[in-house]
Design a protein around this ligand. Structure first.
Ligand SMILES: Cc1ncc(COP(=O)(O)O)c(C=O)c1O
Length: 492
């Protein structure tokens, strides 16, 4: 007699969601102490061997609720301002669920795939790019940078009469990509993946403004041009993760254009800053960018796994990521239809184009569409301005309280500061104190933030992108630092 082992349920979605919902609702109320700290309580319960016989749906849902959700990461707590990450808002979460169920593939002619494409056009419009620009949703900023730089490599190769995505990088002479020392390390990894090698990155020091030194960049470009090296791209940083500084992009665009080099802009975090008129100028004219990486899963609070790459020339991008179509998916060669067909499976052309490294992929733009439809461009703009205000509020308080020190003037929504008891001057001692404060405030649970180094000094570094955070949360963070700092300084 055969025993049925595949007991995967497919008939009671409502029951499954109902079973999980109370724990999710409890989680998003963020009440009480953060349970995720008590690792010893959940890890042993989860760390089992692969089951031969499954436990069945209800037991899985119970474990999800009581062990996974209950011990989740509270990046959506209004007092969370750490790193560059947050939790999605309601419609983004709902869209993710809808996508998993009804838009399981980015191919074919479904409403979800149409909306995925529409979301990209809205994003292009929101950020001020000309409508002729094209883009693709990606798994995040890392992949978005990879895609932008993949297009840059293709462009550089084609200038030499090569086709690098097809033939590889033979013919490139000691390729070089230029960026500042503050550029995110995933840019280097992209170059590794693209076969150019991380060592092709020529990192240019910062100037006195803390952004790429243009004179030294020009010198590096001249030197490499004279040596006959293949100059693949200039990478501008539109919001570095440490301080949120934006390179002088208008200047970089001019330099790159004059030399015929591709300009890639990494705005994974800070690209949204173009929506704040007070800092808009720093981004130059977005129409001059050749490629741009931005993360809807950061400031737009789309579900994690939602990045975007936008390019001026869709043709280069398509050639950079083209594939030879196999017999089994020859239907992908069918041109985009215009009218109704007998079946959505007869027409492939509505979703994200084949512009990246994924083949099967979710319609990531569905959540972006839902968020933009819910709050509109003015809602996004208001969020960016509010969060930049949060950083400015902290800076104002750091300037006005004698036990605080502002370590860097905020540009976007990051503010670096430290607690400095009156009379303390030893940086080593101050570093240790501020590190203890960082952990002390996390332990209290009202606010959680992260740190960095500014000029070698330990800095408390909030980064406001959390849609649930307001000026009151910026004030609460400062109050926490003052309270914990006072206690620790008095004790030590
Ligand atoms: C400037 C910048 N570039 C790239 C990345 C990488 O993006 P992701 O984590 O979405 O892959 C980040 C992440 O914080 C970033 O801030």
């Amino acid at each position: 007699m055969s025993v049925i082992c595949d007991r995967a349920t497919t008939h009671d979605l409502s029951g499954a969601i109902r079973a999980l919902l109370p724990s999710l609702e409890r989680f998003v109320r963020f009440e009480g102490p953060d349970p995720a700290r008590s690792r010893s309580q959940w890890q042993p319960a989860l760390d089992g061997a692969l089951p031969v016989t499954g436990v069945g749906r209800d037991a899985v849902l119970a474990e999800l609720a009581s062990l996974v959700v209950a011990n989740g990461l509270r990046t959506g707590h209004p007092g969370f301002s750490g790193w560059v990450t947050t939790m999605p808002t309601d419609v983004g979460i709902a869209a993710d669920l809808a996508q998993a169920i009804a838009v399981p593939q980015r191919w074919w002619a479904t409403a979800g795939n149409f909306v995925d494409d529409l979301a990209m056009r809205w994003l292009i419009a929101l950020l001020g790019f000309p409508a002729s620009f094209a883009g693709t949703f990606t798994a995040g900023g890392s992949t978005a940078n990879l895609i932008g730089l993949g297009a840059a490599r293709q462009h550089a190769g084609e200038r030499l009469g090569l086709h690098p995505s097809r033939d590889g990088n033979d013919g490139f002479v000691e390729p070089r990509v230029y960026c500042s020392t503050e550029t995110h390390h995933v840019v280097g990894r992209s170059l590794g993946v693209l076969g150019l090698g991380r060592r092709s990155l020529r990192e240019v020091p910062l100037d006195r403004h803390g952004t790429i030194d243009l004179d030294r960049l020009q010198a590096a470009l001249d030197e490499d041009a004279a040596a006959g090296r293949t100059q693949v791209a200039v990478v501008a940083c539109a919001g570095d993760v440490n301080l949120g500084r934006v390179d002088p992009i208008a200047e970089l665009a001019r330099i790159a254009r004059e030399r015929g080099i591709w300009l890639h802009v990494d705005g994974a975090y800070g690209g949204w800053g173009v929506l704040d008129e007070r800092v808009r100028e720093r981004f130059g004219d977005v129409a001059t960018y050749d490629s741009f990486a931005i993360d809807p899963h950061k400031w737009l609070a789309a579900p994690v796994g939602t990045g975007a790459a936008i390019v001026r020339d869709a043709g280069v991008l398509a050639r950079a990521f083209e594939v030879e179509t196999g017999a089994y998916d020859r239907e992908r060669q069918v041109p985009v239809g215009t009218g109704d067909t007998g079946s959505p499976f007869d027409e492939l052309g509505l979703g994200t184009p084949d512009f990246g490294v994924d083949f099967s992929a979710p319609a990531r733009g569905l959540a972006v569409w839902a968020i933009l439809r819910e709050i509109g461009s003015s809602g996004v703009q208001e969020r960016i301005v509010r969060h930049n205000d949060c950083a400015r509020r902290i800076a104002d308080r750091a300037r006005s309280v004698d036990t605080l020190q502002l370590l860097a003037e905020p540009v976007l929504s990051i503010c670096c500061f430290r607690y400095r008891p009156v009379g303390w001057t030893d940086d080593v001692r101050l570093d240790a104190l501020n590190e203890a404060i960082l952990h002390g405030i996390r332990a209290r649970g009202r606010t959680v933030t992260s740190s960095t180094k500014v000029g070698g000094r330990f800095a408390i570094r909030p980064c406001f992108i959390n849609p649930r955070s307001t000026l009151a949360d910026a004030d609460a963070l400062v109050d926490e630092v003052l309270a914990v700092g006072k206690d620790l300084a008095t004790a030590g």
